[in-house]
Ligand binder design. Structure first.
Ligand code: CS2
Length: 493
């Protein structure tokens, strides 16, 4: 049978096989401009908006995607060809697969091609929210000071010429300036990245940039723009050829970039969005006065737990997170890290059962149909571990708590960065903005066991802490002697 190309015209045909948008996409307005349309946005926020459009006919809340980087061109081309439609493939642990065509994205702009259209879209009166998934690195702060990094050449350029924005900061300020000039209220800026206090961080960075560019505008932003903190959650692996082939074989559907995800989904938003927001509470999104406990719990348990499996998993040769969970040593190591090193640091969270949360993470990580690659988890560890893992370690050092598990992971990260191959001599796929710096620092280990830790922007002053140093050096010696990471984990559990 011939394949059916995914696009608007073919939806009636496709709907015979897979649920498709039931709302009139033409009538949908663009209430949200979203920067950073990757797998996660498409599995999470866009899915929520899709449900809302279908459920309530809340037609104000369609999305215009924006790609800031040349690297977004592939997504742009494919989505454009498909009338911005794509398939979400939800993989349940028991093998049930539920696919659905998502229609919430209405349009997509590539900032490198049409910067002015991006500004106009953000400045349009229909736009109420600009949301972001620009990754931890996109916030452009110096990891050691937390201050805005004015050294960034793209930032320097756009400060010189505000009419040629390059980064998210240039675009947001240009659009806000335009709204202010046109007498329109600002949009809210909704960060959906895994950073603790993501809204506060976004606010600090936008204000620092705006202050340099136009002090009056900065003042207006400080007084009028809301930056709610949020906690977002849905495990979304990198799309593989398998997903594309699955749709072709099962539904005769040609979708060049579907998204695979787990059934679990969660979104907690600080309840302070100004100038209108979608009624997401109807879909179970939690609007709360303070997001901190939720985001801390998620980042310190889920995201850190992923790295605690992924880094040794990569070294040992486990390809995916579920393969790690099938290995009892890895599964127990991860759970004990959570029980012994994270739980105490987290303390009690009102209304949340942490034990139950940890149990649910075990189940989610073990989902055999997600096949989340350890290379995705290990990617950008230099942006992740200082936020996900190292604060837990520092807090345990301060209170004399257990540090064994987190320290072994840091020693393993050094080895991983240094060797570039796993214990079966297969090459590791290392994806990190600081790959070269990490490699160079790790290379010093033979002469200086603490060489890797002497990167203050990642490790702060850990190298000064005697208890940590003793433990770390011990683990480094054992790993470099070829003890095998799994054996070391086994000794701890
Ligand atoms: C992962 C996250 O790579 C990582 O850091 O832990 O992408 C994780 O899958 C999501 O935050 C889940 O919500």
């Amino acid at each position: 049978m011939e394949l059916i190309q995914l696009n608007q015209v073919n939806l009636t045909e496709i709907a015979k096989q897979i649920p498709c948008p039931t709302y009139n996409r033409k009538a949908v307005k663009t209430g949200i401009v979203h920067v950073g349309v990757g797998g996660f946005h498409r599995a999470h926020q866009a899915y929520y908006m899709h449900q809302l459009l279908g459920k309530d006919n809340a037609l104000d809340w369609g999305i215009c995607g924006v790609g800031l980087r040349e690297g977004d061109r592939k997504m742009y081309n494919i989505l454009k060809k498909q009338d911005y439609l794509y398939t979400l493939i939800v993989q349940h642990p028991n093998g049930t697969v539920k696919s659905e065509v998502i229609g919430a994205i209405k349009d997509f702009l590539l900032a490198v091609d049409t910067p002015n259209l991006v500004i106009d879209r953000m400045a349009h009166q229909e736009t109420k929210i600009v949301s972001l998934t620009i990754t931890e690195g996109g916030y452009n702060f110096n990891p050691s000071t937390g201050d805005f990094n004015f050294e960034n050449p793209a930032v320097q350029q756009e400060l010189k010429d505000p009419n040629q924005p390059k980064t998210i900061f240039g675009f947001l300020t240009a659009a806000l300036k335009k709204r202010r000039a046109n007498g329109l209220p600002p949009f809210s800026i909704l960060s959906c990245d895994n950073i603790q206090h993501n809204g506060d961080v976004a606010r600090k960075m936008v204000l620092a940039f705006a202050q340099k560019q136009d002090a009056e505008l900065a003042n207006w932003i400080a007084q009028n723009v809301h930056f709610p903190n949020t906690m977002v959650d849905r495990i979304t692996p990198v799309t593989t050829l398998e997903a594309i082939t699955y749709l072709q074989d099962t539904h005769h559907l040609k979708d060049e970039w579907p998204v695979v995800c787990e059934p679990f989904i969660q979104w907690v938003i600080e309840d302070k969005i100004s100038n209108g927001r979608p009624p997401l509470e109807k879909l179970g999104v939690q609007f709360v006065p303070d997001v901190s406990p939720y985001e801390k719990m998620k980042i310190r348990l889920l995201n850190a737990g992923h790295s605690v499996l992924g880094i040794p998993g990569a070294i040992h040769g486990h390809p995916t997170i579920n393969a790690c969970m099938e290995d009892a040593v890895f599964a127990q190591f991860m759970r004990q890290f959570m029980d012994k090193e994270v739980s105490l640091v987290l303390g009690m969270i009102e209304g949340v059962d942490i034990e139950q949360y940890k149990d649910s993470l075990e189940e989610r990580f073990a989902n055999p149909n997600i096949k989340d690659s350890v290379s995705r988890i290990c990617s950008e560890s230099s942006a992740k571990l200082p936020k996900f893992l190292i604060p837990t370690l520092q807090e345990n050092l301060a209170t004399d708590g257990s540090i064994d598990y987190a320290t072994l992971i840091l020693a393993a990260w050094c080895y991983y960065s240094d060797k570039g191959i796993n214990e079966n001599n297969e090459p590791l796929e290392i994806i990190d903005a600081l790959k070269v710096e990490l490699y160079q620092a790790a290379q010093q280990t033979t002469d200086d066991k603490l060489g890797f830790i002497r990167q203050p922007e990642l490790f702060g002053d850990l190298v000064e802490n005697e208890r940590f140093v003793e433990k770390y050096v011990g683990f480094v010696e054992l790993i470099y002697r070829g003890e095998g990471i799994r054996g070391l984990m086994e000794e701890l559990i």
